[in-house]
Ligand binder design. Structure first.
Ligand SMILES: *Cc1c(COP(=O)(O)O)cnc(C)c1O
Length: 349
């Protein structure tokens, strides 16, 4: 007799991002900005004053206030998480029951199905159209005719870089009484956020992260914004001390300075658009890349039958991007990094 893992665990393997040392990392959609010296000094000084023998504030009151102020929303609607990944996990584990049905719109962020599986739920997919846009009427029709418990999608989407405008999102929310998890991880790079109207819906939770535009991927800090009823349920379901004192303090400092965040974000948007323009020129001359999609994010997404080749040749030059086999995803880097990337891609394609 030996201990048997439960079925849902048997085929799982730990998350394995690209490891190793590379000169240019364009694989994880992080911000290319490092924290300013001023911010780093403030953080160091404040961390020295944290009472480390005491538990952190389980409600993240000050952090929620700073965050809400930066985004002009009500702090009572904010729940902080140890990355928005943690919030997805808590939501799937507590707002769903064994056997519930989750709707995703593929291609989509892979973690939704992952956490859904662990929660014992069935994930149903509807494919996006050939431009990787969400077919809103098809999705709404499906929701009206099938019992779905939760719809989850990223907008703008990772990995496709394509966004759905507010009206399309509103239609999906109103199509059924399923819980809608709207992952706005990249919405800092676009202008179609539903944050300001979150209280108008009884079935909407919006997720945000500090890992992309805000430049804090290493800190692990995400947020849920939802009406009071859903927020109370989420706060009750999460582990009480999920947010450590250091993360809370860093978040308080960073979100106290929204202008710096907006300036950095605007710079990244301009850099991404310029990278997109240059890449489009290369793609137009190449037979190896079928299509470059529009982007409302800080990355590019391309369709190609030569994904492995392009990926491996860039890696030989110490540049890593993300390989989805039929597609490639490339994070916008600094202007120097983008120039080097374009130079190497031009040689390959
Ligand atoms: C990066 C990303 C997240 C995860 O963010 P963390 O806060 O770092 O956990 C969530 N959703 C999407 C779509 C992402 O791309």
């Amino acid at each position: 007799m030996a201990y048997q893992l439960v079925k849902k665990l048997r085929d799982l393997t730990p998350y394995d991002p690209i490891s190793g040392e590379y000169d240019i990392r364009l694989d994880a959609n992080e911000s290319y900005f490092e924290l300013s010296k001023d911010m780093l000094e403030k953080i160091q000084a404040e961390i020295a004053n944290i009472p480390f023998n005491r538990y952190p504030d389980p409600t993240c009151k000050v952090l929620a206030e700073k965050y809400a102020n930066a985004y002009q929303i009500n702090p009572e609607l904010v729940t902080a998480g140890n990355g928005s990944d943690e919030l997805i996990s808590v939501i799937c584990g507590s707002f769903l029951e064994n056997g519930n049905k989750i709707l995703v719109l593929t291609p989509e962020f892979s973690m939704y199905k992952f956490y859904g599986d662990i929660a014992g739920c069935e994930t149903i997919s509807i494919a996006k159209d050939e431009n990787l846009a969400i077919n809103v009427s098809e999705v709404c029709e499906f929701l009206k005719n099938n019992k779905i418990d939760m719809v989850i999608f990223s907008n703008p989407c990772n990995p496709t870089s394509v966004g759905l405008d507010k009206n399309g999102v509103r239609e999906i929310i109103k199509a059924s009484d399923a819980l809608v998890i709207l992952d706005e991880a990249y919405m800092d790079f676009w202008n179609q956020s539903l944050l300001s109207e979150v209280e108008q819906y009884d079935n909407l939770m919006i997720l945000k992260t500090s890992s992309k535009a805000i430049g804090l991927a290493g800190v692990r800090l995400g947020f849920s914004i939802a009406n009071k009823r859903l927020t109370t349920a989420l706060k009750a379901a999460k582990s009480p001390y999920n947010m450590n004192s250091i993360t809370q303090k860093i978040g308080e400092i960073i979100y106290s300075n929204p202008q710096e965040l907006k300036d950095n974000t605007a710079t990244i948007i301009a850099a991404t658009q310029s990278l997109h323009k240059e890449m489009a020129k290369l793609v137009a001359k190449s037979t190896k890349i079928e299509k470059l999609y529009e982007t409302s994010t800080n990355f590019l997404f391309m369709k190609t039958n030569f994904a492995d080749e392009i990926f491996e040749k860039l890696k030989e030059k110490s540049i890593v991007i993300r390989n989805f086999k039929k597609y490639l995803r490339i994070t916008c880097g600094s202007p120097q990094e983008n120039a080097k990337l374009l130079e190497e891609i031009a040689k390959i394609i």
